[in-house]
Design a protein around this ligand. Structure first.
Ligand SMILES: NC(=O)c1ccc[n+]([C@@H]2O[C@H](COP(=O)([O-])OP(=O)(O)OC[C@H]3O[C@@H](n4cnc5c(N)ncnc54)[C@H](O)[C@@H]3O)[C@@H](O)[C@H]2O)c1
Length: 358
């Protein structure tokens, strides 16, 4: 791994925040397989979301702190940080709007400043294509206007804005603007588009459309996200320092109704159904992946929606997924956070009350 100050031949150490989440639990094994020694930092908010078809949640050392409480001393000795810990869902912003900013925006800058102070050379930030928000039908690249429609999207835009000035010869922040994730993970979510459509189709025979199906939504498999993190750790710093990259495949921009059609063709005896209040959705964007293909030539997503839908269908069948499972707190981030607050296991600032569950 060519980190900016890395010593050749030494096993590299990387801190992954949010390593026990949907993306993190797929990313850790990909890094480990590349010979990287991984430490995590997570308060394990979604320990109910274990999903056997995704395998086991990786067991690596966990600093176990809220990211808002990390100090430079916690970051000493790492060669890179992959920063995933966040409130990761558009509707979550509505639950406590200030907290999405506090954790996703200010928390990110806090972790980056700790890393920089500790001399960590690389900081890979999990940003989002929802930064573009309402971009219409045209193909958008990284120079396109940022027009986030949610607190979540705004928090990612502000984090990128404030990370960029931290870049210098010794500190290389990079912003990966991921499409919406899909695919099987040990810590599953069914509140993201393709996963949700498959879960509906399998449990009810209906592919429930919450919008009129016209919005564009690029998607990326969670394993491709993991490979993107590895590629960003290994890339030449001069090619990526302070830069944002869309991470998807240009061909993997779908209209939601196309995804619904793929699901209908994958899940036997299922049909598309429009929710009673289905209307246009403000969030629509279609993104180009040309920039990352040029800057990091070795990286290219491998999955597409048809293969992903088949993987998801086989997994929900193996897990015998029920409506209660996927409509309740188990696999829905918003519902789980609301339940933890109601049980006084999270305070009003979403800080853990009591010990972090192992
Ligand atoms: N899932 C997607 O579609 C998608 C798309 C683009 C970008 N991303 C980004 O990728 C990252 C990971 O997303 P995910 O889908 O794995 O989310 P997730 O909710 O499954 O995982 C987030 C993890 O962060 C931890 N966490 C949250 N707040 C914390 C805090 N204050 N301190 C310590 N740990 C905390 C949680 O316990 C959880 O394990 C997020 O930054 C998200 O914005 C996700």
């Amino acid at each position: 791994m060519a980190t900016d100050r890395g010593q050749p031949g030494k096993t590299k150490r990387v801190l992954v925040t949010g390593h026990q989440g949907y993306v993190g639990s797929v990313t850790v094994p990909v890094l480990a397989a590349a010979g990287i020694r991984v430490t995590g930092c997570d308060i394990n908010l979604f320990d109910r979301a274990d999903f056997a078809p995704g395998g086991a949640v990786p067991d690596v050392p966990n600093i176990g702190k809220d990211i808002r409480d990390l100090t430079p001393a916690d970051l000493e000795g790492f060669d890179g940080v992959i920063h995933l810990a966040a409130l990761s869902n558009d509707p979550l912003g509505k639950l406590r709007p200030g907290l999405t900013q506090q954790i996703n925006h200010e928390g990110t800058i806090h972790v980056a400043k700790c890393a920089r102070a500790a001399g960590v050379p690389r900081f890979v930030f999990a940003s989002s294509c929802s930064n573009y928000g309402k971009a219409g039908d045209g193909m958008i690249d990284e120079t396109g206007a940022l027009n986030p429609q949610t607190d979540y999207g705004r928090s990612k835009v502000l984090a990128e804005r404030d990370l960029k000035p931290l870049a210098d010869q010794d500190f290389c922040p990079v912003f990966l603007r991921f499409a919406t994730a899909y695919g099987v993970s040990p810590r599953m979510r069914f509140d993201i588009v393709l996963n949700n459509l498959i879960a509906h189709a399998y449990t009810s025979g209906k592919i429930l459309m919450m919008s009129d199906g016209t919005p564009w939504r690029p998607i990326i498999h969670v394993e491709d996200m993991a490979r993107a993190f590895l590629a960003a750790l290994e890339a030449d710093a001069d090619a990526i320092r302070g830069e944002a990259f869309n991470v998807c495949r240009t061909e993997n921009n779908y209209q939601i109704r196309e995804l619904a059609q793929i699901v209908a063709e994958t899940v036997p005896n299922s049909e598309i159904d429009y929710a009673a209040d289905a209307g246009p959705d403000n969030r629509s964007y279609r993104v180009s992946s040309a920039k990352i293909e040029k800057a990091i030539p070795g990286f290219r997503p491998e999955w597409d929606a048809i293969r992903g839908a088949r993987q998801l269908y086989e997994a929900v069948k193996a897990a015998k997924l029920t409506v209660d499972d996927f409509e309740g707190r188990k696999y829905k981030r918003l519902a789980q956070l609301e339940a933890l607050v109601a049980e006084n296991r999270l305070d009003e600032n979403f800080r853990r009350v009591g010990a972090v569950p192992a």
